[in-house]
Each structure stands twice: as structure tokens, then as C-alpha cells.
Design a protein around this ligand. Structure first.
Ligand code: ADP
Length: 397
């Protein structure tokens, strides 16, 4: 009786132990499964977070970025790329030719995929909004070194190209402006040497022309140096509070000889106002504007200088003449370097074509704006604004 009982008991104990182990095993497996799921989820979250971070970085770039898959179809483009080419639809799955219709890019892709060294190309986009782009391409590889797609980076060179063009035009203009008086001087000197000096009347006339052209060269060089200083930022403005009316008096005094030569009356109508400006530079602005009013205004005419304070702590200054005025289409262009409405008139008056661009530069350096208004036949008025106070908390006078 004892043995069967013991046997049954042993079986029960063995079954219990087995059941207990089985439970532990199932529990362990559940925990392991849970760990794997949690790990998978974590890896997925991390991967999507890193992708989101990567996209945020790519979207903050100023360069356009285009990712192509292994079939050379778009898999992603950053915001700068979409903006650059004014694309607002979904371009995923399309080829570069379908989107941009530029064969140079197809060629670039073929070259880069074939492992060629030419991985850069330049694009010139014509149209009203002309642009130049530099495109770099590179093949992307996976961890096994197999090609996974291509990345294209579009760098907008338009600003640089425009600056280059402006510089070239400027150099061409300067050479032309220097060459004209120089060849006149050489021509008259040669004529004098060839015998014209025997004639005293001709000699006086030719020497007068030589002197005028030498002066023109000097003014041109002085204006060029001023422009170069202003543009390089080397010229520091030493602003201070000034009585505008007194500065206008000084300018009128300096130009008294020119005014009387033209029989023009110049009136200072500036009320008692203080401005915050560099005295020498502001005098240069007023000198150029009043000088122009005398040069281009009516002979025996009237030039008035006025000013008033605006609410936004800016003083509005104007110089008004009663000459022939400026045609509407030239009003904004007169501030461009070397732009003249009437070339012959400007040269005859000793103009360099740089005066108003210097005015614009100085006014803008003070934080002001400059513009011109005119009613052709009735005169021109040049306006500018200049701060009445130093920047920062306002000072009451
Ligand atoms: P410039 O040395 O030729 O005077 P500016 O830059 O001072 O060069 O002026 C540019 C052009 O603007 C002048 O050549 C002239 O055609 C025009 N201009 C300037 N001021 C006046 C004015 N008060 N009345 C008419 N035209 C003017």
C-alpha cells in the first residue's frame, strides 16, 4: 500500500514541478517577446525621429536638395528645391527630366552614375526671373557599398552672377569715363605741339579745354574714391546732432559762385531743426543736390531748400528747382551710377554721373531714404530723410 501511494505522490509532485516550470517558461517567453516588441518599437521611433531631424536640417538649408532612388526617380526634395523651381505638387516618383526638363541634368546623372568625375553642372534659367544655379551630384551607397540612389544639391549663384555683371559694367563705364577726357587732353596737346600754339587765340581756347577735362578727371577720381570708401564700409560716419539750417547756409555759401554764374537765386527755407548725422557727409549730400539744381535748373531760376520733421523721428529734407525737370521713367534711374538723362548736358556741366549714387549711399548709411519727384517742364525736387535723433531711446529737445 505504501509503494502505490508513494508512486502516486511522486507523479503528482513531478506533474506539479513540470507545470510550475512550464508556467515559468511561458512567462519568460512572454517577457522576452515583450522585450523584442519594445525594442522594435523603440528602434522604429528612433529611426523616424532621426529621419525627421534629418529632414528638418535639410529643410533649413538654403541649397535645394533632391534625393533620387536607384531608378533615378524622386524620393524626396527639400523646401528650398521646391521654392527654387516653384513646384507645389507631389513630385515623388517622377524623373528629373519630367520635373525640370533640363537635359544637362540628365547628362549629369548619367555621368555620376557611371562614376565619372564631372559631378558638377551649371544651369542658366532664362525668363523674367533669370537665375544661375550650380548643381552638384553624388551617388549614395548603402552599408554594403551598393548604390542606393543619387543626391543633387542646387546652389543659387544668381546674386554672385549679378554682382559680377555689375562689377564688369562698372569697370567698363569707369574705363570709358576716364578714356574720354584723357583722349581729349592728348588730342589738344598734340594739336598744340603740331603748331597750333603759334596762334595765341587757339592756344588759350585749347588750354581751357585741357583744363576742363583735367578737372573732369579729378572729379571723377574723387567720386570713385568716395564710392569705393562708402561701399567697402571703411568710411566710418561720425554722427552728431547738428542744426540743419546752418549746414544749408554753408552749402549755399560754397556754391555762391556757381549760383551767380547761372543767375540763380538759392533760398534756405529750413526751419530750426536738429538732425543726427555726419556733418561732412551731410554737407556732401546737400552740396550734390544743390549743385545739380544749379547745373540742371533754369538759368536765372530759383532753388529752394526746405525741411520738416516727421512723426517717426526723421527729418524730411528737399531741394527744389524750377528747371526742365526729369522724365517719369528716369526718376528712379538717376540714382544709378553713370546714369544721365542728358549725357551731353551732364558732361558740359562737368558731371561725373556719380553724384546721386553717392547721395543715395550716404543717406542710406544714415538709415534714411532718397527719392526724386518731378513735373516735367516745371522742375525737379530731390527728397531725403535723415534721423533727427540717435538710434535707441528717444531724446526730447
Ligand atoms: P552728374 O554728374 O551727371 O550730374 P548725378 O548722379 O548727380 O550725375 O545725376 C545724374 C543725372 O540726373 C544727371 O546727369 C541729370 O541728367 C539728372 N539730374 C540730376 N539732378 C537734376 C535736376 N535737378 N534736374 C534735372 N535733372 C537732374
Amino acid at each position: 500500500m505504501l509503494w502505490p501511494t508513494l508512486t502516486v505522490l511522486a507523479v503528482i509532485v513531478a506533474a506539479a514541478i513540470h507545470w510550475w516550470w512550464w508556467r515559468r517558461y511561458l512567462e519568460a517567453q512572454a517577457v522576452a517577446q515583450f522585450d523584442i516588441d519594445a525594442l522594435k518599437e523603440r528602434l522604429q521611433t528612433e529611426a523616424s525621429q532621426s529621419e525627421a531631424r534629418q529632414r528638418a536640417v535639410f529643410n533649413s538649408m538654403t541649397e535645394g536638395l533632391l534625393l533620387l532612388d536607384h531608378r533615378s526617380r524622386v524620393s524626396w526634395a527639400n523646401e528650398a528645391f521646391l521654392k527654387l523651381f516653384e513646384i507645389d505638387g507631389d513630385i515623388r516618383g517622377q524623373t528629373i527630366l519630367e520635373i525640370l526638363r533640363r537635359h544637362e541634368l540628365e547628362e549629369l546623372l548619367e555621368n555620376v552614375n557611371a562614376g565619372a568625375l564631372g559631378r558638377e553642372s551649371q544651369l542658366h534659367l532664362n525668363g523674367p526671373d533669370e537665375r544661375w544655379l550650380n548643381v552638384n551630384a553624388a551617388v549614395l551607397h548603402d552599408s554594403h557599398g551598393l548604390p542606393r540612389g543619387t543626391i543633387l544639391v542646387f546652389h543659387d549663384l544668381t546674386r554672385i552672377k549679378q554682382l559680377e555683371r555689375t562689377r564688369e559694367e562698372f569697370v567698363a563705364n569707369v574705363s570709358h569715363e576716364l578714356r574720354t577726357p584723357l583722349s581729349l587732353i592728348r588730342g589738344y596737346v598734340e594739336t598744340l605741339l603740331d603748331g597750333a600754339r603759334e596762334n595765341p587765340e587757339l592756344t588759350t581756347k585749347f588750354l581751357g579745354t585741357i583744363q576742363r577735362n583735367a578737372e573732369r578727371l579729378q572729379f571723377l577720381i574723387e567720386d570713385l574714391l568716395t564710392i569705393s570708401e562708402l561701399e567697402s564700409g571703411r568710411l566710418t560716419m561720425s554722427e552728431q546732432r547738428l542744426l540743419l539750417g546752418s549746414l544749408v547756409d554753408k552749402v549755399i555759401d560754397d556754391l555762391r559762385a556757381d549760383a551767380s554764374a547761372r543767375g540763380t537765386t538759392v533760398l534756405n527755407e529750413v526751419p530750426e531743426l536738429l538732425v543726427h548725422a555726419d556733418p561732412d557727409r551731410l554737407q556732401q549730400v546737400l552740396g550734390n543736390l544743390v549743385g545739380n539744381a544749379l547745373k540742371y535748373g533754369r538759368q536765372g531760376g530759383l532753388v529752394k531748400i526746405g525741411a520738416e520733421e516727421n512723426q517717426d523721428e526723421q527729418v524730411h529734407v528737399w531741394v527744389q528747382d524750377d528747371g526742365p525737370g526729369i522724365p517719369a521713367e528716369a526718376l528712379s534711374r538717376v540714382f544709378e551710377r553713370f546714369y544721365r538723362v542728358d549725357k551731353a548736358r551732364s558732361r558740359e556741366a562737368g558731371g561725373t554721373g556719380l553724384g546721386l549714387s553717392i547721395v543715395k549711399h550716404i543717406v542710406q548709411s544714415h538709415g534714411g531714404t532718397v527719392w526724386a519727384t518731378s513735373e516735367p517742364g516745371k522742375g525737379a525736387t530731390f527728397h531725403f530723410t535723415i534721423p533727427s535723433h540717435p538710434p535707441g531711446p528717444s531724446i526730447t529737445t
